[in-house]
Design a protein around this ligand. Structure first.
Ligand SMILES: Cc1ncc(COP(=O)(O)O)c(C=O)c1O
Length: 456
């Protein structure tokens, strides 16, 4: 299995020769050898030859259980037969037109029938675009320009939604009034001025900061369980505080469900008692093809209505609602019925419970968060309450890097610093394997774990 590889530590070698060759070639055409900052490279990315069900096969012929699922998008794993068939049929009939197709109506009907508060839909190509248009919609509807968002929460690459994404202990500021921190060099100060940063689960802070800035706030955008923010469960009082204050002050609530729509057949807001005005979706609704969608109440979604002339918010895109994404999404979502959600929930529970058991048996200074088909490991002993709690100290960050490596060496592709996700082709045996590999990691890295306890 490890033919043609450079070094071997436990099971699978860290660097495959073919991946290393591809990366060397890629570095001659891409600024850092990749097209996404999120690609894990340790020290080179895994170049993939194919994906089958819950497995990835890399260009060195090695097999990995895929817990990344292209950043949680692939809820049915790879090359899911109904999606392949639907796409093959659609491709033979054309890939995109300057005209609508029936497939977009069918996918929109499915979303409207399932997701509360989604009465009308607009399709775009990515979650970034969905968030961008939802924020613009809120501005167009309210006539206000500022937004509020959660510290450490990822919402894609729109400037305003990137503020404080990577806040650190050096710049995140006062716990009661977090600073707005720049995500990239040159981020305009005007953008920072237009974003109010809230701490997740800070009930009093949410009420105070939203009220204080209400006059200028178009929307508060929140992911009910931000993955990069720690994949931490929301307190119901926090959800209530945000939506009550927003309602009282005419601030729209945007639920960003691009990632967490996979938490239930009705999405994540329904699971956590959030009643949003607008909802952004993406990832799983595209069945593995690029997609995004903005949904919401009929009266609010009129902001996009161009039937009587210029809408308040003109919105379009060359590939928006293209029939390939619509067709793949429809096949994926139709197969994601209540039974599929229950199965994923069960797998997730097995993994989270198993990992927690292993941690407590060994008294290890780690914990696991998440819900439904998602989980995330943290190098801290207590379940974090927010992004600041979850922010790893340097020794903890080293442990997480070693953990990702150990999983790869044992045939599991575990995302680093983000949510791991289960998919419908995974089995109980896969779930048990994850727990077993985790237990073996703890057994072999006791010294490193002791170091986090001492240094924290
Ligand atoms: C909550 C959330 N919003 C928005 C996005 C952006 O979606 P995309 O990568 O499709 O632009 C992501 C992507 O991970 C996300 O997790």
């Amino acid at each position: 299995m490890n033919n043609g590889t450079c070094s071997s530590i436990t099971g699978i070698a860290r660097v495959g020769r073919n991946s290393a060759d591809s990366f060397a070639r890629a570095r001659r055409v891409f600024p850092d050898g990749t097209s996404r900052v999120t690609i894990d490279r340790d020290p080179v990315p895994l170049y993939i030859e194919r994906g089958v069900g819950s497995y990835l096969f890399d260009v060195d012929g090695r097999r990995f259980l895929d817990l990344n699922g292209n950043f949680t998008a692939l809820i049915h794993g790879h090359a899911f037969a109904p999606i392949v068939e639907a796409l093959t049929d659609q491709l033979q009939r054309g890939s995109c037109f300057a005209n609508p197709t029936k497939s977009e109506i069918e996918l929109a009907e499915l979303l409207c029938s399932r997701i509360p508060q989604v009465e009308r839909v607009r399709f775009v190509n990515t979650g970034t675009e969905a968030v961008l248009f939802a924020i613009k919609a809120a501005r167009a509807i309210t006539g206000r320009s500022k937004i509020a968002k959660l510290e450490g929460a990822y919402h894609g690459a729109y400037d305003w939604s990137e503020v404080s994404l990577t806040a650190t202990p050096h710049n995140w500021g006062d716990p009661t009034a977090p600073s707005s921190t720049a995500f990239y060099h040159g981020m305009p100060a005007s953008v920072l001025d237009e974003v109010v940063v809230l701490r997740f689960n800070d009930v009093e802070g949410a009420r105070r900061l939203l009220s204080m800035h209400a006059r200028n706030l178009a929307a508060v955008i929140l992911d009910p369980m931000p993955s990069r923010g720690g994949l931490i469960a929301p307190k119901s009082e926090f959800m209530v505080a945000v939506q009550e204050t927003a309602r009282d002050r005419g601030i729209l609530v945007i639920a960003d469900e691009v990632l967490n729509l996979r938490q239930s057949i009705r999405g994540a807001s329904a699971r956590y008692g959030l009643v949003p005005d607008l909802v952004t979706m993406g990832k799983i609704i595209g069945g593995g093809l690029p997609i995004g969608a903005i949904g919401g109440r009929e009266d609010l979604m009129k902001v996009f209505d161009a039937s009587a002339g210029d809408p308040l918010l003109p919105q379009g895109g060359t590939f928006s609602a293209n029939p390939l994404s619509m067709t793949a999404g429809l096949a994926a979502m139709r197969h994601l019925d209540s039974a599929a959600f229950s199965y994923l929930e069960m797998l997730g529970n097995i993994v989270r419970d198993g990992i927690s058991r292993v941690i407590s048996n060994r008294g290890a200074p780690l914990c696991v968060t998440g819900a439904a088909s998602l989980f995330r490991l943290h190098p801290i002993a207590q379940i974090p309450n927010d992004y600041r709690d979850a922010y790893p100290a340097p020794a903890g960050a080293t442990v997480m890097r070693q953990l990702t490596r150990f999983f790869a060496e044992n045939g599991i592709f575990l995302p680093h610093g983000a949510a791991a996700s289960m998919s419908t082709p995974m089995t109980r045996a896969d779930a048990e394997l994850i727990i077993d590999v985790f237990a073996r990691f703890l057994d072999r890295h006791q010294e490193m774990l002791d170091a986090i306890q001492v240094r924290r």
